[in-house]
Write a protein of this length. Structure first.
Length: 271
């Protein structure tokens, strides 16, 4: 069979994890990524019957039965993914209504998928209901978005409008806005369920005082979503203490809607 380390999806996963670390979004073992794969992508490189071991998932997701995922490991450092992908990444196939995951490749040191795996899978289920092309869920800790949750109103409309006003491209990149959760205990099904609910109306969900979840059709799109929101948050944090002399107005945001044929989230702009 072909060398799986040369698979386009593997090359892109390694590049993305490395880029996220280089951006300062994934310190130590912070953050996680899951990429849904098509069966033919996997079988070109692996024996689908060659199960290395089976890992309980701790949740139920019948919608994902038989689905394949390339996912980062628990306790693994993004900075090490490029040097030891077979230790820091794994490919699993869900079965038994999502309650079990067959490991087909990776986690070579006996490890397993991220502790946020249930939250990822719940978000995959939610996003597939909205757009069946969504294949990626990405979680990381961008410093400026995290800082913003300490000083800005956490109301989703207010938070979104501030980001839209910081950079012209924001409303074009995420016209549905950004959803926000209050601080919740991470690594639990409760935060996974709350995040999935928010994923039904936006591809970006901020975890207050923690980080952000993003979803998209591929790794590039999802990375770009988070990168754009983080850039806007950086601008906000640089000017928040200053009097605002100029801003992007609602009229200008409407002009962007018309120019780029997008529709801002209903009720988030003045008519």
């Amino acid at each position: 069979m072909k060398n799986i380390l040369e698979a386009p999806f593997m090359v892109e996963m390694i590049r993305t994890a490395t880029n996220m670390y280089d951006h300062g979004w994934d310190e130590r073992n912070g953050g996680n990524i899951s990429l849904m794969l098509e069966p033919e992508q996997v079988t070109a490189y692996l024996d689908a019957e060659g199960v290395l071991r089976t890992i309980p998932t701790g949740f139920t997701a019948p919608e994902l039965d038989g689905k394949y995922f390339l996912v980062t490991g628990t306790g693994k450092y993004f900075k090490n993914v490029q040097y030891a992908p077979d230790v820091n990444l794994g490919i699993v196939r869900l079965r038994d209504q999502g309650r079990q995951a067959d490991l087909l490749w990776g986690f070579a040191d006996g490890g397993q998928f991220t502790s946020e795996f249930p939250a990822h899978m719940m978000s995959h289920v939610a996003r597939l209901k909205v757009d069946d092309k969504n294949r990626v869920v990405m979680h990381c800790h961008p410093a400026n978005l995290l800082a913003m949750t300490y000083v800005h109103d956490l109301d989703e409309k207010a938070f979104t409008r501030t980001l839209w006003q910081m950079c012209t491209e924001c409303i074009v990149v995420f016209p549905e806005g950004v959803n926000v959760l209050p601080w919740m205990l991470c690594g639990t099904n409760e935060i996974g369920e709350a995040t999935a609910e928010k994923m039904l109306t936006a591809r970006l969900v901020v975890w207050s005082q923690h980080g952000i979840y993003g979803a998209g059709k591929d790794l590039d799109e999802t990375f770009g979503l988070i990168e754009t929101a983080e850039k806007a948050a950086e601008i906000y944090m640089k000017i928040a203490h200053l009097p605002r002399v100029n801003t992007i107005t609602d009229d200008q945001l409407h002009q962007l809607e018309r120019r780029f044929n997008i529709r801002a989230r209903e009720g988030y702009l003045d008519d």
